[in-house]
Design a protein around this ligand. Structure first.
Ligand code: B4P
Length: 194
């Protein structure tokens, strides 16, 4: 059992790899992006406000996101948790450390998926085109304009976590530019050593 964080810019492949770990290792994926997308369809005033924030490519408040994670952690996970897209700020990272310590759990690794900015925007545009061609809903934040804002938010608010976890000795870097299978193999190698 291992608890890991998947860290990286938007479109780095965190969600893609988390889903594989769920299938292959029985881990539990905690994707704050998925949780927020679900919450925003709730029809509540808070859901409407969150939808606006996400459509601008900005981060939802720490309080909301930490609350969502706290609820899910309480249920436990025999195979370990994959924190996908969380933490995204230093405050969220401190909160996660405190929540894990309180439940007697520990973080086994923080895996940073390293991808060039140009490749990221290409992936997002491709995802939007593929969804449209398949008649599926296109994410409101999957446009080059909003993506630029998401990337700015990443460098300003999330990238400092790389140094934070490096200083703790938890950071492992994986080449996220490789094929999905190659990225999965690199993550498996990290987990096997954790
Ligand atoms: P997320 O849902 O976390 O979205 P993401 O960062 O875009 O996705 P990810 O890295 O998982 O990329 P994916 O696998 O899908 O966040 C969305 C929004 O929610 C944020 O902007 C923010 O507003 C809010 N939010 C979420 N968490 C928050 C938090 N903690 N605090 C505050 N706000 C929060 O991959 C993208 C595409 O690339 C896919 O099409 C995939 O097929 C492709 N791809 C993946 N791996 C590839 C590879 N190796 N090669 C080629 N293509 C690949």
């Amino acid at each position: 059992m291992a608890n890991i964080i998947l860290l990286g810019p938007p479109g780095a492949g965190k969600g893609t790899q988390a889903k594989r770990l769920v299938d292959e290792r029985g881990m539990v994926q905690l994707s704050t992006g998925d949780m927020l997308r679900e919450a925003k369809t709730s029809g509540t005033e808070m859901g409407r406000k969150m939808a606006e924030v996400m459509a601008r490519g900005e981060l939802v408040t720490d309080e909301i996101v930490i609350g969502l994670i706290e609820e899910k952690l309480a249920a436990g996970a025999a195979g370990g948790f994959i924190f996908d897209g969380f933490p995204r700020t230093l405050r969220q990272a401190d909160a996660l450390g405190a929540l894990l310590a309180r439940s007697g759990a520990r973080l086994d690794a923080v895996i940073e998926l390293v991808v060039d900015d140009e490749a990221l925007v290409g992936r997002i545009v491709k995802r939007a085109e593929e969804a449209q061609a398949a008649g599926q809903p296109v994410r409101a934040d999957d446009t080059p304009e909003v993506f630029a804002g998401r990337l700015r938010a990443y460098y300003k608010q999330t990238a400092p976590l790389i140094g934070y976890y490096h200083a703790k000795g938890d950071l492992r870097q994986v080449d996220g530019m490789a094929s999905m299978d190659a990225v999965a193999a690199a993550i498996a190698a990290v987990l096997d050593k954790a």
